[in-house]
Design a protein around this ligand. Structure first.
Ligand SMILES: Cc1ncc(COP(=O)(O)O)c(C=O)c1O
Length: 370
């Protein structure tokens, strides 16, 4: 089997971080975060970029900046982590969970349309596992209902579909740089937007409105401190420079693992859409075995980290803080999570790690189907 492409040298990676540390403390400036934002803007075709301290904060700032207020309803897929819903609730708005189509993993727009009310203001599509839904269907739906689109692209750096990069389909795109993301900085995140006013409001929001948007006075709004710390901005900046190499490595890891699993009974790779350039965030397999969630949990115990077995991913509408509402459970989302093995990778996972995962998965699937 072919070897993986090597990771860029750690020395080059560390130099920017050391330089940043040497310039600290400097409370008046955020030179590294500013430089990171400038380069991000280049990566996203000149859009505005606002660096923050987490993906959750990116969603919080973007939803606030897009005008979400107490009592507004926000549509979001049940097929997501709780971090997508938390900022909606923090703003006093109401998350309304919509289903997903098991055939495509995309939003079930018929279900979404049935849940639109006079109070619905926005939709937050989530590109879980880096997989992006159809941007044309999203645009048609959001314009038909007059909704703002704030994308949860936390896992989707590097994905595009029909030539549209994840995070650039609507009013704003929100990314996470938590360790494990392809573009990582330990903790961190950013908002990308083509709207200067939204960018200025998100920037004000992340820093207690100390730097207000044009025409506003400082500290006129209650906001949060969600600034990205300089050492983490340095990590993010170094990783942004090697993003093409990180994406290439993740693609190669994915191909390597799926090839090694070709003979594993009951497992079928889930492929991206034909017009999708997927970032290969997680190797994805459909589990055609009895008790699929137990299978994923068993693999987690055998040292194969995965979304459902290790991180207990369940449909967000069934979490205790959201369960018990009047809407029926999102069955498509439940089916997807029940049947999907999403292996969690980092760029450090080399052939030895992937061979170990492949052996454990093959062995377990043979046992399970026997
Ligand atoms: C889909 C999704 N949304 C939001 C988040 C929140 O990002 P963070 O952990 O950086 O706050 C994450 C990351 O965990 C995520 O995977």
């Amino acid at each position: 089997m072919s070897a993986l492409p090597p990771l860029p040298a750690a020395g080059a990676f560390g130099a920017g971080v050391l330089e940043t540390l040497a310039g600290m403390p400097d409370p008046a400036r955020a030179a590294c975060a500013d430089a990171f934002e400038r380069d991000l803007s280049g990566v996203f075709d000149g859009r505005y970029a606002v660096a923050v301290n987490s993906g959750t904060a990116a969603l919080h700032a973007a939803l606030f900046a897009a005008g979400i207020r107490p009592g507004d309803e926000v549509l979001l897929p049940a097929l997501t982590v709780v971090m997508t819903a938390a900022p909606v609730v923090q703003l006093g708005a109401i998350p309304v969970f919509v289903d997903s189509d098991p055939a495509t993993l995309d939003v079930d727009y018929a279900d979404a349309a049935a849940k639109v009310t006079a109070r619905t203001r926005a939709i937050v599509p989530v590109h879980l596992w880096g997989r992006m839904g159809d941007p044309a269907a999203l645009a048609a739906f959001s314009s038909r209902h007059g909704l703002a689109v704030v994308e949860d692209a936390a896992q989707a750096a590097g994905t595009s579909r029909a030539g549209i990069a994840a995070g650039t389909s609507g009013a704003a795109g929100c990314f996470s740089m938590k360790d494990g993301k392809i573009l990582w900085s330990g903790e961190g995140g950013f908002v990308v937007t083509g709207d200067a006013h939204l960018a200025a409001r998100a920037r004000a929001f992340r820093g207690h409105w100390l730097t207000p948007p044009p025409g506003d006075r400082p500290q006129q709004q209650l906001a949060v401190n969600a600034r990205l710390a300089e050492p983490l901005a340095a990590l993010a900046h170094a990783n942004l420079r090697r993003l093409p190499a990180l994406l290439e490595r993740r693609r190669a890891q994915n191909t390597y693992l799926l090839r090694a699993l070709a003979g594993a009974p009951g497992l079928t790779p889930i492929r991206p859409a034909t017009d999708e350039t997927w970032n290969h965030y997680s190797p994805l397999l459909s589990i055609g075995l009895a008790r699929p969630r137990a299978f994923a949990e068993h693999l987690a115990q055998r040292g194969v980290p995965n979304s459902t077995g290790t991180f207990h991913l369940i449909p967000c509408d069934t979490r205790p803080m959201f369960a018990g509402g009047t809407l029926p459970p999102c069955r498509g989302a439940a089916q997807i999570l029940e049947r999907t093995l999403a292996v969690v990778l980092t760029d450090r996972d080399d052939e030895a790690v992937l061979d170990r995962y492949a052996a454990a998965i093959t062995h377990t699937s043979a046992e399970w189907s026997g």
